[in-house]
Design a protein around this ligand. Structure first.
Ligand code: F6R
Length: 245
């Protein structure tokens, strides 16, 4: 695991965008695994800038997102479909038919999870997976538990996740209680993984996930066992850790 210390959120975003740009330039028909949330917004902004400057071409890129709330229609501003369109897809030349997310409106979890597994398989697997890290150490919506969830599954969000995400909704009651999420097996199958983390409120999660024991109680800790992970974290997020010189 390579840990890059960025100065702040902007620096983190620039470095993460560098890695994603390199992936797209080296393999124009690559499959990017994408995340939502506050952490990657700056990275997406940089990617859009690079596209606008003519430095990046998304024409042959395929994307598969990690997760989607269950029960939110695409047009709901808090859906991850909406997020991806308003932060990236609508501003670059990506083919909308090659952008995939779980379908939050499919009421049949078994069918939806099987469908999404097939989407990932048919895309040929993920070349580069972008991740954020939850306060409780979750990645995707793989919440702390007794075992590592394997494939795409329907998850009951933990109270702490609902609490963290309520900032986007009128109240905690409106935050969906379930989501469809790729599992740890899907994430670990990516060829490369890039984690972006920013802010002092994530310092404890960073310490537990990347410097503590590998345990399903901290889902992100499994990343220590992946052969090609880069964590780009800002100084505040790394404030609880001592990095080797
Ligand atoms: C989002 C996702 C989540 C977030 C995590 C951190 O698609 O899968 O795991 O990456 O909750 O969220 P932020 O970046 O908002 O702190």
């Amino acid at each position: 695991m390579k840990i890059i210390q960025a100065k702040d959120y902007d620096d983190m975003s620039r470095r993460a965008a560098d890695m994603i740009s390199a992936q797209v330039i080296l393999k124009p028909d690559c499959v990017l695994g994408l995340a939502t949330g506050s952490s990657p917004i700056g990275t997406y902004r940089r990617l859009v800038e690079r596209y606008e400057n003519g430095d990046l071409d998304f024409g042959d890129v395929t994307t598969v997102n990690l997760d989607e709330y269950r029960g939110l229609p695409r047009e709901n501003e808090q859906s991850y479909y909406y997020f991806m369109h308003s932060h990236l897809f609508d501003y670059v030349n990506i083919n909308p038919e090659r952008t995939f997310l779980p379908d939050g409106m499919n009421e049949d979890p078994q069918q939806e999870c099987a469908r999404y597994e097939e989407v990932i398989r048919a895309a040929g697997g993920v070349d580069l997976q972008l991740l954020g890290l939850g306060h409780n150490g979750h990645i995707g919506f793989n919440e702390p538990g007794e075992f590592f969830e394997k494939g795409t599954h329907c998850v009951n969000l933990q109270p702490s996740t609902i609490e963290a995400n309520k900032r986007f909704f009128a109240s905690a009651d409106e935050v969906p209680k379930q989501a469809y999420s790729m599992g740890i097996r899907n994430i670990m199958a990516a060829k490369k993984i890039l984690v972006v983390v920013s802010g002092a409120d994530k310092a404890e999660a960073v310490k537990n996930a990347f410097f503590g024991p590998v345990t399903p109680k901290v889902p992100g800790s499994i990343l220590q066992l992946h052969p090609d992970v880069t964590v780009v974290a800002d100084e505040a997020a790394l404030s609880g850790c001592t990095l080797p010189e």
